[in-house]
Design a protein around this ligand. Structure first.
Ligand code: ARG
Length: 492
């Protein structure tokens, strides 16, 4: 196949697929185009990582660490941890060339049940919760300028967040190229905004605004619990670093571009985050930062004056771009899990003309929409998401260590020194255990019970394949309605 980039188009339209012969032909397969080049790959990573976190969580990192220097150390450590994690994922991505990120790595290394539990938790809670969270941040900032001086009605925020999700669903279902173009444009925009904040900080520092950096270590906390909590806050801003591994099959020359994109995007984001934090400390005292509510806005009020709306708008746009990246890769988890028989068949199909995994995308967005409805539940989902994410990152990394030790002969275009995944594994164990040891609470038990509840679903529906009779007919009807057909892997 020329440059393995030609899609197979065996059936023109699923509308005709009515007779038995046509039904057989429904199993003709489609494959994905490799539409994602290096630039889109970098922007998929950086554009998802930079969402609303860097505009809000510095306050919380400072709160847990107690001092500016402590906070800056956490931001640096998070960047390093994420870089180490990404390098390890880059090796995994060049050994296992299928899309699906953590899911496919857990499947290939540890087998069906652990992979199912990952998919189940990720599809039902973690991904939609990220989506809902980032869309809600978008909505908060997008409508804030219309409600100056009074609090924004929750219903308006939620409806705006829902519209964001619906718009992203339409864009992502229509065209992969459109979705990546949006990602690129928004990434450039948010890099510019961060640069504005950095330049503002440099000007302030040159003019002698260095109060926050005097006695910078005073009041630093060092307990397991607060440091763990500070890490979680910082790591949320870095989350999305492994996004590219979810779309390996759509990436051009993945063995080269996967490690390269990570090595460009993650140091870039880390440096920007550190400089942005310094700029916040230059403009605001630690006390002002702690009472700010939304640190970027307080920064804007001080430095930009009446132009502060630029920051509100930027946070909104940045969140929108991040939601797009989250959705782009999140939909793929559902799609790949279904392709491996872990979710209903319909979710592994692609639209016959748009060649996008529209059923998986629609399903993911439906769950995210439901998550927007409950009031305070979203904080619980957030907690759930971060805790579970690190549980599974650790599992995936353990898989890499297994491959490195047991199967050193596998061809690896990119190799990472073994100490790096070991550090990431130790860090994930710390991140999972620190909050449990520091403040043992029932919610940890609920999370574990939820993950384990997947076993009850797994055995009848996946292992013994006891599918309800009507499912096949429902699949066929949905296939006709959505104009979708099965797809094949693209790993050559
Ligand atoms: N890091 C982003 C932020 O600061 C959140 C990204 C969530 N998406 C994801 N795929 N984990 O808002």
């Amino acid at each position: 196949m020329a440059g393995h980039s030609e899609p197979l188009r065996p059936v023109k339209s699923t509308r005709k697929r009515r007779t038995q012969g046509d039904k057989d032909r429904a199993f003709s397969q489609y494959i994905y185009l490799r539409e994602v080049g290096l630039i889109s790959a970098v922007s998929l990573i950086a554009g998802t990582m930079i969402g609303s976190g860097i505009f809000m969580s510095p306050e919380w990192v400072l709160y847990h660490m107690g001092s500016p220097a402590g906070a800056l150390i956490i931001w640096t450590a998070c960047g390093l941890l994420v870089m180490f994690g990404a390098l390890s994922y880059a090796e995994l991505g060049t050994i296992i060339k299928e899309s699906g990120g953590d899911y496919i790595y857990i499947l290939r290394n540890f087998g069906s049940l652990p992979a199912f539990l990952f998919a189940y938790t990720s599809i039902i809670v973690v991904r939609p919760a990220s989506m809902a969270g980032v869309s809600l941040s978008f909505a908060e900032y997008a409508v804030a300028p219309f409600y100056q001086g009074c609090s924004t009605p929750q219903v308006v925020v939620k409806c705006t967040a829902a519209s964001c999700i619906l718009l992203l669903t339409i864009i992502n279902c229509l065209n992969v190229r459109l979705a990546t173009a949006i990602m690129n444009i928004f990434t450039v925009a948010k890099l510019l905004v961060l640069l504005v904040i950095v330049i503002g900080g440099v000007v302030l520092l040159i003019n002698g605004h260095t109060q926050s950096f005097q006695d910078a270590f005073q009041n630093t906390t060092a307990g397991i619990g607060p440091v763990g909590a500070a890490f979680y806050q910082g790591l949320w801003s870095y989350d999305g670093w492994n996004n590219l591994n979810f779309v390996t099959e759509e990436l051009r020359k993945p063995e080269v571009n996967l490690p390269k994109a990570m090595m460009i995007a993650i140091p870039l984001v880390t440096c920007l985050y550190l400089l942005v934090n310094m700029s916040y400390f230059a403009a605001l005292t630690p006390a002002e930062l702690l009472s700010s509510g939304a640190v970027a806005i307080s920064w804007g009020n001080k430095v930009l004056g009446s132009w502060v709306w630029v920051i509100s708008l930027s946070v909104a746009l940045s969140s929108f771009g991040s939601a797009n990246g989250t959705f782009f890769s999140g939909g793929r988890v559902c799609y790949i899990a279904s392709r491996e028989g872990h979710m209903p068949d319909i979710l592994s199909m692609a639209h016959v003309r748009c060649l996008t995994p529209s059923p998986a995308l629609i399903f993911t967005s439906a769950i995210a929409l439901i998550m927007i409805i409950p009031g305070n539940f979203i904080t619980f989902f957030f907690f759930f998401g971060s805790f579970t994410a690190w549980l599974f990152y650790g599992t995936t990394i353990a898989g890499l260590l297994y491959l490195k030790i047991k199967k050193p002969e596998l061809p690896r275009p990119y190799k990472v020194p073994i100490i790096i995944p070991i550090i990431v594994l130790i860090a994930s164990v710390y991140l999972v255990l620190a909050p449990v040891i520091d403040q043992p609470q029932m919610k940890f038990l609920y999370v574990i019970l939820f993950i384990l509840s997947g076993i009850i679903v797994y055995f009848p529906l996946v292992h013994y394949k006891r599918h309800p009779q009507f499912l096949q007919r429902v699949t066929l009807h949905l296939q006709l309605l959505l104009e979708v057909a099965p797809t094949a892997k693209n790993t050559n």
